[in-house]
Design a protein around this ligand. Structure first.
Ligand SMILES: [Zn+2]
Length: 480
């Protein structure tokens, strides 16, 4: 039993995370090295995330389609940086139907190449543009060091791929989708994120510009939570994606891609979780409220269950994802711990006294103990619970934002930077030179998480590494 106990975050954050993912039934290890099995509780969370993102994609004019998971090897050789970036991570199929294939096939690590190939067939004229397609699926990148959700060989995601007539439109799309990701993280997952641009050395293989949203976990490490890339004409030239413009001249398209994955489930766990277990953000929680009936005698039971059933149907009718925990074989105390571990935002307790008083007890997952408990009337309970859920969302977001901001240090000297990244992020001037970036990485293991799009000072400063003039401040931090 002791062995199975969840360590506190302070004792061992990494082990707290690993055990929590398993104990809360989010995911399990697979017999295939590097891969994960997402269990129903974890998958329901992902489905809720998908719904929130998919709605936003469609509101911004995108449609879904599906492309094959196998890609001819030769496609990867068409874009030099892309193949160099992905070569070490490729899984290659050499045999099919018992025979050696003429051309090996790659299990997609990402789909720019095959989608680019198809776009070259579909796009003929400026009238065909823009093309705004998203695909939901999984990809495979050969990884040996596994951490459930955060780094696995196969993971689930969406990848949007768009083609445009002008660089301005393609860049606008790149930033539009970054905004969509940020809006989703903040308003659905209650994770505060910083929007920014990746440096040359951190950008996606083959991109002209990569943008990112970065979040701080409770161990103060950074997690890249979604990326949106501008390719210029790189992929269009590699795959001949051309169109006739309005003056009948053949032009190459400008393309983008953007992706968001099950990694963000890891971000949800590490942003909100506590020593008792998960703390699910209410808008995405697989179960938003759980009802625990409490009784001793059979006489109490029938009265309590009657009210519990009534409450269950009222909450359900109001669109709240509610579960009735009517297990007979375990005590209410066991149930409390169980749902706390799984992070259900609101627990509704109903006992014989509540039946008499027309009340119920509500317990907030984000505020453990007495402080998070309230006794409310059964009348209007659905709207009471709905407002409580949105209050919990606001409170989680506020808490995570305060935590992040308290652990970002304005560093003025290189020594301060070195100290800062051992216990948070450093916000410091950078001249733009890759050598300065590399020195920080070598000395501290911290990378430039992003050049933030908002909050840049008007003045210029001196690079924290070399002292040359710098016109931008960046975030340095150790990442996942
Ligand atoms: Zn420098």
């Amino acid at each position: 039993m002791a062995e199975d106990k969840l360590p506190t975050r302070a004792e061992d954050f990494a082990e707290w995370y690993n055990k929590l993912v398993l104990k809360s039934d989010m995911a399990d290890y697979s017999p295939v090295r590097g891969c994960m099995v997402v269990k129903p509780y974890g998958w329901t969370l992902w489905e809720n995330m998908q719904a929130g993102l998919d709605r936003r994609f469609k509101e911004t004019g995108h449609v879904n389609a599906a492309f094959p998971m196998l890609i001819p090897m030769s496609f990867f050789e068409k874009e030099k940086e892309h193949v160099e970036g992905f070569a070490p991570e490729l899984a290659v199929v050499t045999h099919g139907g018992g025979e050696k294939l003429e051309e090996p096939l790659v299990v997609r690590p990402t789909s720019e190449t095959i989608i680019g190939y198809m776009y070259s067939k579909w796009i003929k004229s400026y009238r065909d543009l823009p093309v705004l397609i998203n695909q939901w699926g999984s990809v495979l990148r050969w990884e040996l060091r596994t951490k459930l959700f955060l780094r696995t060989a196969e993971f689930y995601w969406q990848e949007g791929h768009t083609a445009h007539a002008t660089p301005e439109e393609a860049k606008e799309e790149t930033f539009r989708m970054l905004d969509v990701y940020a809006d989703f993280c903040i308003n659905e997952a209650a994770i505060p994120v910083i929007k920014g641009v990746k440096t040359e050395s951190e950008k996606f293989a083959g991109a002209v510009m990569s943008t990112t949203i970065e979040a701080m976990m409770q161990d103060k490490r950074a997690l890249q939570s979604g990326t949106s890339h501008y390719f210029g004409q790189n992929f269009a030239k590699a795959f001949d994606i051309q169109f006739l413009d309005q003056s009948n001249t053949l032009q190459y398209c400008y393309t983008t891609s953007w992706g968001f994955s099950t990694r963000v489930i890891g971000a949800i766990i590490m942003t909100h979780g506590d020593d008792q277990g998960l703390v699910m953000p209410p808008k995405l929680a697989p179960i938003q409220a759980v009802i625990v009936p409490i009784y001793k005698s059979d006489a109490e039971k029938s009265k309590v269950i009657e009210v519990a059933d009534k409450v269950f149907f009222e909450l359900k009718a109001a669109g709240i994802r509610v579960k009735m925990d009517d297990r007979q074989e375990v005590t209410p105390g066991f149930k409390y711990n169980d749902w706390e571990l799984r992070g259900v935002p609101v627990r509704v307790e109903i006992g014989p006294k509540d039946v008499e008083k027309d009340s119920v007890a509500l317990a907030r997952r984000d505020v453990p103990g007495r402080e998070g408990k309230s006794f409310v009337s059964q009348a209007g309970l659905a709207s009471t619970v709905s407002s409580l859920l949105s209050e919990i969302h606001d409170s989680l977001l506020k808490r995570a934002t305060a935590y992040r901001d308290a652990n970002i240090h304005d560093s003025e000297t290189y020594d301060e930077l070195k100290e800062a990244v051992t216990n948070g992020w450093a916000f410091a001037w950078w001249c733009g030179d890759a050598a300065c970036e590399a020195k920080v990485k070598e000395d501290t293991k911290a990378t430039i998480r992003c050049i933030p799009l908002e909050g840049q000072p008007d003045a210029k400063g001196k690079c924290i590494v070399c002292g040359s003039e710098a016109d931008q401040k960046v975030y340095f931090g150790r990442g996942y």
